[in-house]
Design a protein around this ligand. Structure first.
Ligand code: GLA
Length: 728
């Protein structure tokens, strides 16, 4: 059992393979944080709650209660009663004031993990995870707060969430409900986050912590291109292999906040949850509110260990799709090939040529429905455009299938074009503030999927198409951020619930889809990677990573993404050059090698590329088959980073049993007058011998890991190589 309770000490000890998390209950019943870090063998450390230091505990000394609360390391700090640091919970009572204070009441420890109602959440069997529930109460408000901790021993992950129940007699308002807080001593921490923009998502950013609050957040209604629901505090010496890391990652796809605060006493408070801006949830007597889940991990050996813990955790305990470890078809998507300008014949031309080269699925992207010849119409009118698909969709699917290929399709079900039959019939279905003209983005509005009738309509449109033909893949897109947050269906005092209800509506729709079509391969997408988050991974095993398919831009994007997500989740395609977004020319080989570190597919007009490029497809397809299992299930090691101002980028995937490893090396810029470069491999068996495939060269594992392998044959800019080492 990964969770123990010491009745005498009134302490909990949560253990994973390499970490320990300890919680203590004070004499008053405050639930205090004691320790999180490297695995401890014995209970202890309750002194870390500092109950013997001035200004003493409120039980002894009510006179200085606020000074006490402003320092005490709380597991779940509440707002309004004297802890001036960021609170995790703000509750407004029926008289209009914010204030709550919670005290330990009881707890339970069980094997397994209960699901979170209406929310995506990690899961595990009884022998994989244990759950601690600490029930606390605010006797004044009649509020019950249950703190949930689930301990995944093998993956070194602890998940947290919170359930708030109104057990009193008055209606309450939740104005802020975070999912987790972590108080600890500062150790010269630096903050690591993932930031970017459209076409350059999830670049790694690192900066020293100043006094005060530093945060990343989204109030865009989705997790966003710009900031990411992930935050790590790292000690200054942290590298891939050294240093301590405390990381939090949010299993949620809407507005979020991830914040650290360095206080006057050089203490740190780290919090994560739904963004409180505009959030207000009514809680009538007897009702409850479940906050989404936060994933926490501690690494005492650098970023590499953190990445591998999270990769294993997401693969084993969050992704449900039958495609998790199954072979995904190598697809060709027509978006960058044709944009909106295609018809049945054009798609079949692409499919025929693709099939000849070993590609396994055709994906028909945006533009097949309504009068959608550009991005300014028809979202919501999900009927096939007969001018483009002249023989109808079932016939097109059947022709593609008779070539021996599968068929996939694009939808953007959460949206409504201003120019659409749907908008003309139901203008009130768009999210809007009555009396104000809502802001357009990409000429479209957002459907109010907090409403059941709207969800039912959008879902049925999609399902009808999927029922009409054997379509085995869906790309679910979402191409704008939300604004003008108002629903014509919610009462005035419930408008603060809209954004969270929107996300719950999205989850309900995706759950329906994967339930009705259990064999469907679902890929989420949002204008590239604006909704690449753990919440979406619960429904789709892969997510389109970025609209930027340039191999060199992808280095930083995929490095940042792979910092926390397994490579099997990263949507990556080989596209045409000059690249449509940055105009860069890179070799076909490099485009293939970079896309291999993801789901791998094509997004170009295969009928128009040069013969020389087309001839390389067969080899790339072969690589994909050969390395697929390794890339989907292996251990990822970041060797060097272009984003760290190195002239080259290098990563490795090693089989968990050390039997082989694939190294990808990308020379971004060639340099004059340099010798070969040595890279040190990881994850091999020290005493085993490894042969470099395609050569006679044999190395010992320790040689490759300690002395390094010499890269000597890469010349020029944007050049790359794969090196496959096989244990003999
Ligand atoms: C978004 C997606 C693209 C493509 C277009 C279609 O931008 O990220 O891949 O599907 O929409 O409009």
């Amino acid at each position: 059992m990964g969770i123990q309770y010491d009745e005498g000490k009134r302490m909990f000890k949560l253990d994973t393979a390499c970490t320990t998390y300890m919680i203590g209950i004070s004499d008053e019943g405050y639930v205090g944080h004691v320790y999180y870090g490297k695995r401890l063998h014995r209970f202890g450390g309750k002194y870390l709650m500092r109950m013997e230091e001035m200004p003493y505990t409120p039980l002894v000394n009510q006179r200085e209660k606020t000074s006490f609360l402003d320092f005490y390391p709380m597991e779940y700090p509440t707002g309004g009663v004297g802890d001036y640091r960021e609170s995790c919970l703000d509750v407004r009572n029926s008289a209009g004031s914010i204030g709550s204070e919670i005290f330990y009441e009881s707890h339970s420890i069980t094997g397994g993990k209960p699901p979170l109602p209406e929310l995506p959440a990690s899961f595990g069997k009884e022998d994989e995870v244990d759950t601690l529930q600490i029930v606390c109460a605010d006797p004044v408000l009649g509020l019950r707060v249950t703190l949930l901790y689930s301990v995944f021993e093998k993956e070194d992950v602890i998940t947290r969430s919170v359930k708030i129940e109104n057990s009193g007699t008055e209606e309450l308002r939740l104005e802020k409900v975070y999912s987790a807080g972590l108080d600890m001593e500062n150790r010269d921490f630096e903050m690591v986050s993932l930031c970017g923009s459209w076409a350059r998502e999830r670049h790694i950013q690192r900066a020293a912590l100043r006094y005060g609050r530093q945060l990343v957040s989204s109030s865009k209604g989705e997790s966003s291109h710009q900031e990411h629901p992930f935050l790590a505090l790292v000690t200054p010496e942290t590298t891939q292999e050294t240093g301590e890391i405390y990381a939090m990652h949010f299993v949620y796809s809407g507005n979020f906040i991830a914040q650290t605060e360095r206080t006057q006493f050089d203490y740190i408070r780290m919090v994560m949850g739904i963004h409180p801006d505009g959030f207000c949830w009514r809680l009538a007597p007897g009702e409850s509110f479940q906050a989404p889940e936060t994933v926490m991990t501690y690494s005492g050996s650098g970023f590499g260990k953190m990445s591998r813990s999270l990769h294993d955790f997401y693969r084993e305990h969050l992704i449900r799709s039958p495609y998790k470890y199954k072979k995904r078809p190598i697809l060709i998507n027509n978006w960058e090939a044709t944009y909106f300008d295609f018809n049945t014949e054009k798609l079949l031309d692409i499919a025929r040529e693709a099939k000849k080269n070993g590609i396994e699925m055709l994906v028909m992207d945006d533009g097949w429905f309504g009068k959608r010849n550009w991005d300014d119409s028809s979202l919501g009118d999900w009927t096939v455009n007969q001018e483009k698909l002249t023989t109808g969709l079932p016939d097109l699917v059947s022709q593609v299938r008779s070539l021996g290929m599968e068929f996939g399709i694009w939808f953007e079900p959460e949206m409504i074009s201003l120019d659409s039959e749907l908008y003309r019939a139901h203008p009130d279905w768009a999210i809007q503030i009555p009396g104000r003209v809502p802001g357009l983005s990409r000429a479209q509005y957002v459907l109010d999927i907090s409403r059941k009738e709207v969800r039912d309509y959008a879902y049925e449109c999609m399902a009808k198409i999927l029922r009409s033909a054997p379509i085995t893949y869906v790309k679910w897109d979402m191409n704008r951020q939300l604004c003008d947050i108002g629903s014509t269906a919610l009462p005035a005092d419930a408008q603060g619930e809209l954004l969270h209800r929107y996300v719950l509506g999205l989850y309900e729709m995706q759950e329906r889809l994967v339930t009705e079509f259990p064999e469907l391969l679902l890929e989420n997408c949002s204008g590239g990677g604006a909704r690449f988050d753990p919440g979406m991974l619960y429904y789709s095993p892969q997510i389109w990573c970025s609209d930027d398919t340039d191999a060199i831009e992808r280095l930083k994007i995929q490095e940042g993404t792979a910092l926390i997500y397994p490579l099997s989740t990263i949507g990556a395609h080989v596209s045409d050059c000059p690249n449509h977004i940055v105009g860069r020319q890179t070799s076909f080989e490099t485009r293939g090698n970079v896309a291999l570190a993801g789901t791998f597919g094509y997004e170009l007009d295969i009928t128009k590329i040069s013969g020389e490029e087309r001839e390389q497809i067969a080899g790339q397809v072969e690589n994909c088959h050969k390395y697929r299992e390794l890339i989907q299930a292996g251990d990822y090691y970041r060797i060097t980073s272009w984003s760290d101002r190195k002239p080259y980028d290098c990563w490795e995937v090693a089989a968990k049993d050390g039997s082989h490893a694939l190294v990808t090396f990308v020379q971004v810029l060639g340099q004059p007058n340099v010798h070969s470069k040595s890279i040190r491999l990881r994850g091999l068996e020290s005493m085993a011998s490894y042969r470099l495939e395609g050569t006679e060269a044999v190395y010992t594992g320790e040689e490759l890991m300690e002395c390094g392998f010499l890269i000597r044959d890469v010349k020029g800019d944007f050049q790359s190589k794969l090196y496959h080492f096989i244990r003999e």
